[in-house]
Write a protein that binds this ligand. Sequence first.
Ligand SMILES: [Zn+2]
Length: 233
Amino acid sequence: MSNFEALWTFQTEDIKADTIANEIRRSPTRQKLERSRDFILERQKQYKQIEDSISGLADRKEMLEQALARAVDRLDQLRGRMNGLDPEDEASVEAMVREMSDAREELHSFEAELSHMNSDAGAYDKQLRSVRVEAAKAKQAFDQLKVDYENESKTKKEELEAQRARAKALESSVEPDLLAEYMAIKKHITPPVSRLQFGQCSGCNTSLPSATLSKIRNGVLVECETCGRMIIQ
Ligand SMILES: [Zn+2]
């Protein structure tokens, strides 16, 4: 086998190994696993936010209940004072009626706000339950995906190891200088070796000048001026 043919055979197995390595990196199962993890993290964040809202609501509710108790007291006091007023003193009675009406209004607005808060709290509880259920389902899916990915990548990694070994075994059949050149080109472009096809570099489909063509036909090492690959016949 010529040097170039040995290199070509080596490249075939080397690129197969790279393909498996890429498949492992871009595995759809792995991508699903990452998306599933993000979904769970997002639900956990949401759960925390709802809990914070509930705790803020509880604080406000406590303050409002105190304000409501004060408003009830105030109204009671006003009623007491109203009873002690002289019914003939119209101005004082009128002022007292106004004050009591204000106090009642305040009391009703507190009651309305409290009832609103209670319905908010109910809605938050419902949200919390639904996020918890979603997160639990997602966790189950995640665990299954993780098992699948571990099985899949175990098989793939074994396949990759075997393929790397096949390529490695062919390395010694390639002349060391040529192999070094191959490795150097591979850092920039892969696969590093292309065939001459209809007077073109099959790597980038650039037509080659006749001087280059005859060099290739004479077995001289040529690199494509466009893509940098080694071109062999
Ligand atoms: Zn080229």
